[in-house]
Design a protein around this ligand. Sequence first.
Ligand SMILES: C[S@@+](CC[C@H](N)C(=O)[O-])C[C@H]1O[C@@H](n2cnc3c(N)ncnc32)[C@H](O)[C@@H]1O
Length: 465
Amino acid sequence: MAAPGGRSCLQYLLHLAQDNLDFRLPEIRALLSLRGKQFNPGKDFKENSPFWCLDGVSEPDVHSVMAKSVCAKSAFELWGHGRTHSELRESLLKYPSENMAPYMQKDSTYKINVYTFNKTLEFTDRITKIDALEYLQFVGTVSLKSPQHVFCLLEDYGTDPNKIPDDPFYIYFGRWIADGQRMLIRSHSVKNRHFIGNTSMDAGLSFIMANHAKVKEHDLVFDPFVGTGSLLVACSHFGAYVCGTDIDYNTIHGKGRSSRKNHKWRGPDENIRANLRQYGTEKSYIDVMVCDASKPVWRDGMLFDAIITDPPYGIRESTRRTGSNKDVTRPSDEYFGESHVPVSMAYHLSDIFSDLLNFSANHLVMGGRLVYWLPIYRPEYCEETIPFHPCLRLISNCEQTLSSHTSRRLITMEKIKIPEESDTRVHLSDPGFNPYQGHNAFREKYFSGLNKKNLKEDKMHVNGE
Ligand SMILES: C[S@@+](CC[C@H](N)C(=O)[O-])C[C@H]1O[C@@H](n2cnc3c(N)ncnc32)[C@H](O)[C@@H]1O
């Protein structure tokens, strides 16, 4: 297969960050599928490796992935690879010269970088490795400051920091194409954000969630448990219009006690709109409103491109909904208005997830995605405990460990069917069989057996600190 410009059979190399390992493949798959492409790994693909080869994609595809990925660090057009430097040499000498030619012109400038994974090399060793590539016969002028073309020799010394081999396990050489969006993790860190709360979602994970949801420009995205709006911040960065709801009046209106150090009350810039303004995406802000997710206010036919959310687990916030178990005599509507709800009752996790799936089945566009976190008590986890809906297909299920016995799973589902009468409220229709009941005791299980020290560590982990 010839690539544009007569360059044949190109393969690409991704260099991935070695954190959030479970989240990387679904992210890259989702971003490729936005281009109508599948993830075609090269031979000997290892999911946990920092290097993945990609077949069957074009350079614009790779650019588009890197414009959004927070899991990938850099991408290269792969020119050669091998287990040893002599295998690399053999592979590079076989690489079609017409593929190299556009980047090896006499009047061009270039530089060669050496990157080693799991090993630090002395400067002189790097220079020796660059000199050893002389068989490639680079023409043009070296420019370290502003080269037109950047080439890279990448050496993989494995993933065990306690067993670093003398020689690399694998070596790659290629032309650098693009960097990913890792800088967003710092630029959007909740540490410097105007409006935060004790459950604000970490920036990196928010962007990963947006990518798993395939959020793109002009999408309409909804978060039913919006909190301080971290997920709206990430989705608006990718050009989506965003809105959300939360049961907490103070959170929605940016009132009440501040989470900022030395501030007692929330100031005028401590609200969700101001968060988007901080990052220059206020134009994508639709609005947020006070609403109980168990009683959604949206009319039939209101459709979102993505629903992305972090429901309450009851660890750092209560899981309540409006209503009462008791027979409450409602005061007259004349006095309180129709919307007045005097009491609240427990909102069990199994109901939270059933409501969320039913809502998503009804309010996602066909092919739209639901992305949400599910808390897990690890000793009892099995795939059957992942909430199911006949109109939503499970796309990915990624674990983030919180402690030895708890974790949360990022669940991504895609709408594949318009719900019929029989599909609505599918989980709660048979009170004798609700496979998600096990989630209800998550709070007790989370706190069981935890002493004060690892409880503090666990909380920091939940916060992404
Ligand atoms: C884990 S927090 C979400 C945090 C959010 N992602 C952020 O970055 O700030 C869960 C949110 O759900 C809200 N909540 C709890 N019960 C609710 C309900 N019944 N309906 C709507 N929101 C609810 C809480 O007030 C809380 O803000």
